[in-house]
Design a protein around this ligand. Structure first.
Ligand code: ADP
Length: 396
């Protein structure tokens, strides 16, 4: 079975084509276009490249196209894309202005180009559907809640990858299997004792922390929008709701202006005085620049805050996992986040930590009760796997 995963940005189209055959998974092709102006052309060129490379003989060979969609009103999980689902995504355009509109446009173009091919969405919110109600709510009036004001959590594909892969690496095939089956049986697959408790830190251009109990998400630091939680490269992270009105009145900003500033000029960029790549921030901090150092300290502080929260919710942790661009590569950030946790049974091994970039490894000491691991994430593979399961279980 061949499944194409399309990653749609406002001016980019990236793809990966996977083949599933007899239990084996193979990446057949990957590519992408930046600075796209004609999206219909880009979709056609993507399919032409895959065909020209010999990865498919014809477009009809694609069993499905998968999309890592972000958020939709009243729709969650892994679902076949219909006009109704696209409408539900449109209803939340304002929550994910950088993500939902390009996805909707791109999906419609794929649908027009390949009307007979199933298009399937895996929502980034899917992994938290079974989180406790208290982790899915805000303390707002009932009619706000009825209007859809609630926590969702995002980065679901990445954290699900970490849930499954960490369970495999920790020798818990039962838990890995439960995670694999999550969107088919709502987490009903049995697991052995003891419980497996994992805290996953996805630290990248956008960042979040998730608690995972026996392979299922119990919550995520991102809330209703992908702008919340930890500070992101240029998006704000958590902010007191009343700070927005105060800033608008005091600085004379419209709501649109304020939202743009919170999306584009805040987060690490706001704190560091204009830098949004953590490599540049780290270089500047090493040269003694105080705002750059503050940006690093703030990310470590906020990440620890959420790790602490899940450490309590999970009654401890068997593993703490780092993933995504910063988590996989930034030795200093991992060490700042893990500093002074010996009393909680967590000890990073400085030499192991320093030696690991972008590969799977344990970086804690042999005596650390909490295993600290680096696991490179693979979100596209998660989407492809879910599309395959969806098509096999529910057909076209
Ligand atoms: P996105 O959320 O956009 O997918 P990534 O997971 O690719 O982001 O992470 C991007 C972030 O990772 C950037 O802030 C970048 O500086 C950081 N990063 C990437 N490579 C390295 C590296 N080798 N060392 C430190 N940070 C890195």
């Amino acid at each position: 079975m061949k499944i194409l995963v399309a990653n749609l940005g406002s001016t980019s189209l990236k793809w990966r084509l996977y083949e599933f055959a007899g239990g084996a998974e193979r990446l057949l092709h990957k590519g992408g276009f930046e600075r796209v102006t004609d999206y219909a052309q880009a979709v056609g060129d993507c399919l032409a490249q895959i065909t020209a490379a010999g990865a498919i003989q014809s477009e009809a060979e694609l069993a499905g196209v998968g999309f890592k969609t972000v958020v939709a009103r009243g729709v969650n999980g892994c679902v076949r894309l219909t006009e109704e689902v696209l409408g539900a995504m449109e209803a939340y355009n304002g929550l994910a202005p950088a993500h939902n509109p390009p996805y909707i446009t791109g999906i419609r173009l794929f649908a027009r180009r390949m009307p007979a091919t199933p298009l399937v969405a895996l929502f980034e919110t899917a992994f938290y559907q079974w989180a406790p109600e208290a982790a899915q709510r805000y303390a707002v009036p009932a009619d706000w809640h009825a209007a859809g004001i609630r926590r969702f959590g995002f980065h679901g594909a990445s954290h699900k990858y970490i849930a499954e892969r960490s369970a495999e690496l920790l020798g818990r095939e039962d838990v890995a299997e439960r995670t694999r089956r999550l969107y088919l049986d709502d987490g009903q697959s049995p697991v052995r004792t003891p419980e497996l408790r994992v805290i996953s830190c996805h630290l990248g251009g956008s960042s979040s922390v998730t608690g995972i109990l026996n392979g299922i998400g119990i919550g995520n630091s991102l809330g209703m929008s992908p702008q919340s939680g930890l500070p992101h490269n240029n998006r704000v992270g958590d902010l007191d709701a009343f700070a927005l009105g105060y800033a608008m009145r005091t600085l004379g900003l419209s709501l649109d202006d304020a939202e743009k500033l919170l999306c584009r000029e805040s987060g690490l960029k706001g704190l560091s005085g204009g830098l949004n790549d953590i490599r540049d921030i780290s270089t500047r901090a090493a040269a003694g620049d105080a705002p750059a150092q503050l940006a690093l300290d703030f990310l470590a502080h906020e990440t620890r805050r959420w790790i602490g929260s899940y450490f309590l919710q999970l009654n401890g942790a068997d593993a703490l996992v780092f993933t995504a661009g910063i988590g996989e590569n930034h030795v200093g950030m991992r060490s700042a986040i893990c500093a002074r946790l010996e009393n909680l049974g967590l000890e990073l091994d400085p030499a192991l930590n320093a030696a690991v970039q972008a590969r799977e490894a344990v970086i804690s000491t042999a005596s650390s009760r909490v295993k600290v691991m680096v696991i490179p994430t693979n979100e596209e593979l998660v989407v492809a796997r879910e599309v395959k399961r969806h098509l096999e279980a529910r057909g076209n």
